[in-house]
Design a protein around this ligand. Structure first.
Ligand SMILES: [Fe+2]
Length: 612
């Protein structure tokens, strides 16, 4: 037996993944255990969980892999500083303590993290290699082109090549400071969202605006080539030398300073969001065409933070040259932990790789699961009132009724998801047909910005009826955005058609309004019985009763909170918010029956987490 632990840490989204004889046994992000979103510390808890899942000790591990090369990254930092000195001194000094304390002594840190019991080799992969490995090795393809689109690792900010059998070969790179990820993050910063977490909000905001600034961005900020590579005019950016993403010159270009976090969103913010989104999609499409032409491959694998831009992914699939696309669900740095472990198993050890139609990622349901007895002991300890339904059939029957009555349901089932999206393991569910759900869920359940869209989980076999996707197209990881079909749209006329900015939100656009974004798009998760068992059955039941083959699926957390992991996290979130129902495996709790349900708990609860 060969056990390989992969670790990603000390930059962003620490995580651990365990691969045993080529099988992905467990993977989890540290934030879920420590309850600190994007926790970047050494992933002590995630490592312990992975070993526990496999029933092994640190001494049983054959290899530990780290997802990037700290010395190369250090070199980039040093060279960037020297190139911008003395103005880069602040960035440099800010970064130094953690390098001196931890990053330059990683083998020591890793051995210490494993309690001193691990004495075999530590392997360090390059950052984009880890991303590429996480994209190709779990994919359903025997061979495919590979594209990584990222902020920055060591030097590479994007790379491409191909994978064949058990080997990947990366042939091209674009280097720091020219980076699609950093460009998008600069606009995330400028529109008042948090870098490395608010990118998703910027993408969600884009459909409210007009892409008025596309030409300006292409003329002034980046010099985009036909092959999708580009150079940035660095006088507009400040991330090499300063502590901000954009410079004064950038402010002058848009005639205003960056939006302050939580300040009201203006139409200009929306237009800027629409513009950078369109430029990003254009870059992604050009790169995809170039990669196709260079590799001659039929399929494409994607990873790196930009691969979470599911609007861009959807366009690559619909308009790009590839037959099919597979995207690592943990596309950001957490996924590097899985990538490096698989890289060691296949590339370094040369083990055979066999693919199957469903990929090797197991629905990304790779985290901890609570047992019935653990749930019961916990619920009894807090005095909760609950019913235990005897089987899945009765459970799904009951819960689908509640959803159809517009109840908001916390759904905590099976193993926790690996990656940033909730996929039916740790989700909050609601009725997609409801006209009030979008606002109820944003404002009363998740306490987040009202403009943010919700996504549907739809029965795989019904997906192409509702969305412009080809029959049988899978999207189990919610990484593809597709338009709602014309036949399910509702005609918009008069004053509604002329609405602009955030008012677009109030217009009814389809028969499933809660998951239809203002541009008629939806971020689709396909649900199938092979991966999703009970969750699939629930949606089937809901369809039998209502004719609607989908529910709203949003992550089980409030704003700023990592997605819940344990029954206790789920119960606390349920009790603090206006959620109506909590389902923990087959245990069902109704809020109205809880003796401890109090009003206004939410402020205390929200204060535990930092706004994202
Ligand atoms: Fe990365």
């Amino acid at each position: 037996m060969t056990s390989i632990l992969g670790i990603s840490a000390l930059y962003h989204d620490s995580a651990a993944a365990l691969v045993v004889d080529g099988e992905i046994v467990a993977a989890a992000q540290e934030e879920r255990f420590t309850r600190k979103k994007h926790d970047a510390e050494f992933p002590q808890h995630a490592v312990e969980y992975c070993l526990r899942e496999a029933g092994i000790q640190p001494a049983d591990l054959d290899f530990v892999g780290f997802y990037d090369k700290p010395l190369l990254k250090f070199e980039r930092l040093l060279e960037t500083y020297l190139a911008t000195a003395p103005s880069g001194i602040r960035t440099f000094l800010m970064a130094m303590p953690v390098w001196m304390r931890q990053k330059l002594h990683l083998p020591r840190e890793i051995r210490r993290g494993l309690g001193g019991a691990f004495r075999k080799s530590c392997v360090f992969a390059e950052h984009h290699e880890s991303h590429a490995a996480s994209a190709f090795f779990p994919s359903p393809f025997d061979e495919a082109a590979i594209l990584t689109l990222d902020g920055v690792g060591e030097w590479a900010t994007s790379s491409f090549g191909y994978g064949r059998g058990n080997q990947i070969t990366l042939t091209h790179e674009q280097h720091f400071p020219h980076s699609l990820g950093l460009l998008y993050s600069a606009f995330t910063y400028f529109t008042g969202f948090r870098v490395n977490s608010g990118e998703y909000k910027l993408m969600g905001l884009a459909p409210y605006g007009q892409p008025k600034y596309v030409d300006l961005i292409l003329k002034k900020l980046i010099d985009l080539k036909e092959d999708g590579s580009f150079r940035m005019d660095l006088s507009y950016f400040n991330y090499c030398a300063g502590l901000t993403m954009t410079s004064r010159k950038f402010d002058r270009l848009f005639g205003r300073p960056p939006r302050q976090p939580e300040a009201p969103l203006t139409e200009q913010d929306m237009d800027i969001a629409a513009s950078i989104q369109q430029v990003t999609e254009e870059v992604m499409l050009r790169v995809a065409r170039h990669v196709h032409q260079q590799t001659g491959m039929k399929n494409l694998c994607l990873a790196g933070g930009v691969a979470l831009n599911c609007v861009g992914n959807g366009r690559i699939l619909r308009e790009g040259p590839f037959d099919d696309l597979w995207i690592q669900p943990a596309a950001g740095d957490a996924g590097g932990a899985l990538g490096v472990a698989l890289l060691i198993w296949y590339q370094l050890l040369g083990n055979r790789r066999e693919t199957n139609r469903n990929d090797l990622q197991h629905g990304s349901l790779l985290g901890p699961q609570a047992t019935d007895s653990e749930i019961r002991v916990f619920l009894d300890s807090v005095g909760a009132r609950y019913r235990l339904l005897p089987d899945d059939e009765q459970l799904c029957d009951h819960v689908s009724d509640l959803i159809a009555q517009e109840k908001v349901v916390g759904w905590c089932q099976g193993r926790m998801e690996f990656g940033p999206r909730a996929l039916g393991g740790r989700s909050i569910l609601g009725d997609a047909r409801s006209t009030k759900m979008q606002s109820v869920m944003n404002l009363k359940i998740k306490f987040r910005e009202s403009f943010r869209p919700f996504a549907p989980s739809v029965l795989e076999e019904k997906t192409d009826e509702y969305f412009e996707m080809r029959h049988g197209q899978q999207s189990p990881y919610m990484l593809l955005v597709a338009p709602v079909r014309e036949s399910h749209r509702v005609a918009v006329n008069g004053a509604d058609a002329a609405s602009s900015g955030i008012d677009k939100l109030k217009v009814l656009r389809s028969r499933v309004p809660a998951i239809t974004h203002v541009d008629y798009s939806a971020r689709v998760q396909t649900v199938d019985p092979r991966r999703h068992g009970r969750y699939h059955r629930l949606i089937e039941k809901f369809q039998e009763k209502t004719g609607c083959p989908m529910v709203i699926n949003t992550s089980f957390n409030v704003r700023g909170e990592p997605i819940v992991c344990t029954p206790e996290h789920a119960y606390r979130c349920f009790m603090a918010t206006n959620m109506d129902v909590l389902v923990l495996e087959r245990f069902v709790l109704l809020k109205t029956e809880q003796p401890n349900a109090k009003e206004h708990e939410i402020n205390r609860y929200l204060a535990e987490f930092q706004l994202d």
